[in-house]
Design a protein around this ligand. Structure first.
Ligand code: ADP
Ligand code: MG
Length: 459
C-alpha cells in the first residue's frame, strides 16, 4: 500500500519538493491515477474530498509543462470560485521548485479587467469556473491553441450546477489532441455520459468511497414537522456543544433563515451559499478557517470540496437527496483520529432516505428522540479567535512578517496571540486571540505598519 512518488518518472524538482512538503507516499487515488496520467491517456477518477486529487492530476500537468512557453497548456474547470482557488493554491505549492510557473484563476463574480490583463501576460495553467472561462475563450483572452491537458474537477457538482452545456462548449473549441482528466466524488449516470462525450478510452480509477463511519457517532432525530427544526438545532448545540461545525441545509433561503435565527439566539453563525458575492464569501470562509467562527451554515453546493478539516460535528438540518452526499457531509468530521459527530434531523415523509443511508453505510442506524434533549442548556462553545481587517494587502506590498511585526512591536501582542494572517489584494484578515483583539485594533489604528497608516477594525 505504501507507494512512493520516487518510483514515478517525475522531474527532480517535483520529487524534492514533495519530499520537502512531507508527502512521503502517494494517497490511494494518486497511486491509482497518477501513473496513468503520466502515460498521457484519459483518466476518470472517483475519490472523496480530501483524498489528494489535485496532485493526482496536477503532478502530471506540471511534469509535462513546457516552462518556456507562456501560452496556456492546461485548463482546469472547477464548480466554484473557492474550489478553483483551492486547486490553484495546491498547484502553486506543488510547483514551488519549478521556476516561474504562472497559474491563474479565472472565475466569475469579479471584474474582467484584472483577469484580462493577467491573461495578456500569459499563464501556463488556468484554473477556472466554466461560465467565465467560456466567455474569455470567446473573447480570445484565453489562448487555447497550446492546451494539452483539460481537467474537469468535481465534475458531478459541475453537472448539478447546470454547467453541462458550458463544459461541452469549451471542450469543442479546445485542440482535439489533448489529455482529458475527469474527477468526481460520485458516479451517477450523467457523469458516465459526460465522460463518453469528452473522453477517449478513459481508464477508470475508483477509490473506495466508503468513509470510516465507524469513527463517527451518528445520531438521527425523527421530528414531528419541519417547524421544530430551529428549536431542535438549539437543543443539539446545547447538549453536545461542538466547538466547530457545519450545518447543512437544502436551500439558500433555509440557510439564511437559520443563520438569522441562530444570531437572534446569540450564537455566532454565518452562512455561505451561491448568492453571496466574492468578498462576503472570502470573509466568512476566512473566519471559519481561522477559528473565529464556530457555526457555518451551508448548502451542499457551497460546502462541497472545501478543504475544511477537523470539524467537531456536522448537523444535517435537511437530509440530502442523494445518500452519497450524506456520506460526504459526515466525512468532514472525525478526522485525524478524533471521533466526529453527525446529527441528522428528518420527518416521517423522509423515512425512505433513512433506508437509503442505512444501505449505503451498511450499518444499523439508531434513531434518537429529540425530546430527551432539554431546552434549557445553552450553547457555550465560543470561538477562541476574532478576526480583524487591515485596509491594505498585496498591492501595498504587505507581507505576513510586516503584520506580525507591527502586532508585536506596535501593539505589544505576544506572537502566540496572533493566528492566521491572510493577505488579499487590497485587504488583510488577521486572527487574534479574543482577549487581545481590542488592544490590537486600538494600537494598530494609532501606529504604523511598514511606515504607513491603515484603517483597522473588527471584520
Ligand atoms: P481533494 O481534491 O481530493 O479534495 P486535495 O487535492 O485538495 O484533495 O488534497 C487534500 C489535502 O491533502 C491537501 O492539503 C494536500 O496538500 C494534502 N495531500 C495531497 N496529497 C498528499 C500526500 N501524498 N501526502 C500528504 N498530504 C497530501
Ligand atoms: Mg479537490
Amino acid at each position: 500500500m505504501d507507494e512512493k512518488f520516487e518510483k514515478l518518472d517525475l522531474r527532480a524538482e517535483l520529487l524534492s519538493n514533495l519530499d520537502e512538503l512531507g508527502f512521503t507516499s502517494m494517497t490511494p487515488i494518486q497511486a491509482g491515477a497518477l501513473p496513468k496520467v503520466l502515460e498521457g491517456g484519459d483518466v476518470i477518477g472517483q475519490a472523496k474530498t480530501g483524498s489528494g486529487k489535485t496532485a493526482a492530476f496536477g503532478l502530471g500537468i506540471l511534469n509535462s509543462l513546457d516552462v518556456k512557453n507562456f501560452n496556456t497548456q492546461a485548463l482546469i474547470l472547477c464548480p466554484t470560485r473557492e474550489l478553483a482557488e483551492q486547486v490553484a493554491v495546491e498547484l502553486r505549492k506543488l510547483a514551488r521548485m519549478m521556476n516561474n510557473i504562472k497559474i491563474l484563476t479565472i472565475t466569475g463574480g469579479v471584474g474582467y479587467n484584472h483577469q484580462e490583463n493577467s491573461l495578456f501576460h500569459g499563464a501556463h495553467i488556468i484554473v477556472g469556473t466554466p461560465g467565465r472561462v467560456a466567455k474569455l475563450i470567446r473573447t480570445e483572452f484565453i489562448w487555447i491553441k497550446d492546451i494539452k491537458a483539460f481537467v474537469l474537477d468535481e465534475a458531478d457538482l459541475m453537472l448539478d450546477m447546470g454547467f453541462y452545456d458550458e463544459i461541452m462548449g469549451i471542450e469543442e473549441q479546445l485542440p482535439k489532441k489533448k489529455q482529458t482528466l475527469l474527477f468526481s466524488a460520485t458516479f451517477p449516470e450523467e457523469i458516465l455520459k459526460l465522460s463518453e462525450s469528452v473522453q477517449d478510452n478513459a481508464e477508470k480509477v475508483v477509490v473506495d468511497s466508503q468513509h470510516h463511519e465507524g469513527d463517527i457517532e451518528q445520531y438521527f432525530y425523527l421530528l414531528p414537522s419541519h417547524k421544530v427544526k430551529n428549536s431542535s438545532v438549539l437543543k443539539i448545540l446545547g447538549e453536545f456543544n461542538p466547538d466547530r461545525l457545519i450545518i447543512f441545509c437544502k436551500t439558500k433561503l433555509i440557510t439564511d433563515n437559520l443563520t438569522s435565527f441562530l444570531k437572534e439566539n446569540d450564537i455566532k453563525a454565518a452562512c455561505i451559499h451561491g448568492d453571496l458575492d466574492q468578498s462576503e464569501r472570502t470573509a466568512v470562509m476566512t473566519k471559519f478557517s481561522n477559528h473565529s467562527l464556530s457555526v457555518l451554515v451551508a448548502t451542499d453546493v457551497a460546502a462541497r470540496g472545501l478543504d475544511i478539516k477537523d470539524l467537531a460535528a456536522v448537523i444535517n438540518y435537511d437530509l440530502p437527496n442523494d445518500p452519497e452526499d450524506y456520506v460526504h457531509r459526515v466525512g468532514r468530521t472525525g478526522r485525524a483520529g478524533k471521533k466526529g459527530k453527525a446529527y441528522s434531523m428528518y420527518v416521517e415523509a423522509e423515512e425512505y432516505k433513512i433506508d437509503q443511508i442505512k444501505s449505503m453505510i451498511s450499518e444499523e442506524l439508531s434513531i434518537e428522540s429529540i425530546d430527551k434533549l432539554v431546552d434549557s442548556k445553552e450553547y457555550i462553545a465560543t470561538p477562541p479567535m476574532e478576526t480583524i481587517f487591515i485596509s491594505g494587502g498585496k498591492r501595498d506590498k504587505l507581507r505576513p512578517g510586516d503584520i506580525l511585526g507591527a502586532l508585536v512591536k506596535e501593539a505589544h501582542l505576544e506572537p502566540s496571540d496572533v493566528g492566521n494572517i491572510s493577505i488579499l489584494p487590497i485587504l488583510t484578515y488577521v486572527a487574534i486571540k479574543k482577549e487581545s483583539v481590542q488592544q490590537a485594533i486600538t494600537k494598530l489604528s494609532e501606529g504604523k505598519i511598514k511606515n504607513r497608516n491603515f484603517r483597522v477594525g473588527l471584520a
